[in-house]
Design a protein around this ligand. Structure first.
Ligand code: FAD
Ligand code: NAI
Length: 463
């Protein structure tokens, strides 16, 4: 290894970075991982996927008890909220899972370099008072919250997702700026626990990037649950006085402004790649217009020996996408053939019901050619009906000529779990007929995927 400290040095220990480090070590490479946070696991484990799901899961039980779902099943309860305990189980999940990554680092002999990394040359980074040279450097520095110009996030009245996970009491009125994934998930948590929630979205519909019909139906379902939506509306200002916020809203197309008041404002208008402080210029690297580090199909940047994965590179900002890229980049560094199929990355919104999709939306598929679409309502799925979960549907989109599946979309209580079989089918190049003739266990929500596939040729059984 001559005078290199590591074969592979990963910067950032989120799902992209920690997975890359573990795989590199498994492949026999001497590996280090720099992380400036107190704990490993990045955004996902510390302030993202895991704590949000802990609050979503717990608040779902509360909602089922408070809003008649349990009563429908003959269980009479009047729930009492113990928010401290709810937060406690969230923190406990984070502690256990971040600790688990530390254990895996030790098990795989990945050295954790604690501190902030900045390049001093293309093969060298400075971490505290240590200069570290590595044959390969993987940038996996992730992303952080996009601020709203002129709006200060004080984490008390105006919060970002991290603050919204930790509110010490249920707000009376919460205004969510941005009807994307974070806004809908965290808005749902506090609505379930008793807040009045209004979501202000700039576009004419929530969930940009999702299938059009799914966006519309999700909006309808969440509205029915009590979330208020102000679509085609932009927030142009937020002022805070005596612990209360006043927001100025304007129609996106221009027009008369209105104001609304809130006890808590959640700013969730997107995330941006983390590159500030990395001194990329000293490595000979630059970012693109969106602040991302460009890579090729193998995750190489324009500088030999420097690679990048996860939220800091183009593509959806999702933990499983980052993880798969982490595995692939390590395999490529080791001389193997690491590949990620970016056409088949599932997306899940963990509301109730869940909203999930993989592949093309119907709109995008139609732009490419003639399609066939099969749909099946969850109301006609025996398990969903029995469980009092009538909302939602499954939609299978195929190429009209070849029948190959191009996209699958689900709104169902367990859509996040159901979408895995669609992703696997698409990875194997399945047709709707392949799915329709695969035996699915009964009674399961997944039968709705089979029936939607059968509906592509007009032959579902149960509608
Ligand atoms: P990150 O997880 O952001 O990790 C990067 C790490 O690098 C950080 O720990 C940071 O401290 C460290 N770092 C940065 N710069 C340096 C430096 N110079 N030196 C040392 N360390 C550095 N995705 C899903 O797929 N499912 C979900 O349910 C989901 N829920 C989410 C909920 C919320 C509230 C949020 C905010 C995000 C959620 N995401 C979810 C997105 C997911 O968290 C990210 O896509 C994922 O964490 C990206 O992984 P990453 O490894 O690229 O970066
Ligand atoms: P997002 O990009 O999903 O949604 C932001 C929304 O804000 C958009 O709909 C946009 O039109 C709107 N917006 C922007 N400016 C606005 C303004 N001034 N006024 C009103 N609306 C405005 O971003 P979000 O929700 O912050 O999430 C960031 C990332 O985190 C996403 O890319 C997502 O992939 C990831 N994430 C994933 C989760 C999951 O997989 N379940 C959960 C949470 C986050």
């Amino acid at each position: 290894m001559a005078d290199y400290d590591f074969d592979v040095l990963v910067i950032g220990a989120g799902p992209g970075g920690y997975v890359a480090a573990i795989r590199a070590a498994q492949l026999g490479l001497k590996t280090g991982c720099v992380e400036s946070r107190e704990t490993l696991g990045g955004t996902c484990l510390n302030v993202g996927c895991i704590p949000s799901k802990a609050m979503l899961h717990a608040s779902e039980f509360y909602d089922h008890a408070a809003n008649g779902m349990m009563a429908k099943m003959g269980i009479k309860v009047t729930p009492e909220l113990d928010l401290d305990t709810m937060h406690g189980q969230r923190k406990d999940a984070v502690k256990q899972l971040t600790g688990g990554i530390e254990f895996l680092f030790k098990k795989n002999k990945v050295e954790w370099l604690k501190g902030h990394a900045a390049f001093t040359a293309a093969d060298t980074v400075q971490v505290g008072d240590r200069s570290v040279r590595a044959k390969n450097i993987v940038i996996a520095t992730g992303s952080s919250v996009v601020p709203l110009p002129g709006v200060e996030i004080d984490q008390k009245v105006v919060v970002d997702s991290t603050g919204a996970l930790e509110l010490p009491k249920v707000p009376g009125q919460m205004v969510v700026i941005g009807g994307g994934v974070i806004g809908l998930e965290l808005g749902s948590v506090w609505r379930r626990l008793g807040a009045k929630v209004t979501v202000v979205e700039f576009l004419d519909q929530i969930l940009p990037g999702f299938d059009g019909e799914v966006r519309k139906e999700s909006n309808k379902i969440l509205k029915k649950q009590g979330i208020e939506f102000k679509l085609s509306t932009k927030v142009t200002g937020v002022t805070v006085k005596d612990g209360k916020a006043t927001l100025t809203l304007e129609p996106a197309a221009g027009g008369t402004a209105e104001t609304i008041e809130a006890d808590t404002v959640l700013v969730s208008i997107g995330r941006k790649p983390n590159t500030a402080g990395l001194a990329l210029d000293r490595a000979g690297l630059a970012t693109n217009q969106r602040g991302q580090i460009e890579i090729d199909h193998d995750f190489r940047t324009s500088v030999p020996g420097i690679w990048a994965v996860g939220d800091v590179v183009p593509g959806p900002m999702l933990a499983h996408k980052a993880e798969d890229e982490g595995i692939a980049v390590a395999e490529n560094i080791a001389g193997q053939h690491g590949i990620v199929n970016h056409d088949v990355i599932p997306s899940v919104v963990y509301t109730w019901p869940e909203i999930a999709g993989v592949g093309l939306t119907e709109e995008a598929a139609k732009e490419r050619g003639e399609v066939k679409v099969g749909k099946f309502p969850m109301l006609a799925n025996s398990r969903a009906k029995t469980n009092h979960e009538p909302d939602g549907f499954v939609k299978v989109i195929t190429d009209a000529k070849t029948d190959r599946v191009l996209g699958v979309w689900c709104i169902a209580s367990v859509a996040g779990t159901m979408i895995a079989q669609a992703a696997q089918a698409m990875e194997f190049g399945a047709t709707s007929e392949d799915i329709a003739y695969t035996c699915h266990a009964h009674p399961t929500h997944s039968e709705a995927i089979k029936e939607a596939a059968m509906a592509v040729t007009g032959k579902p059984i149960h509608i």
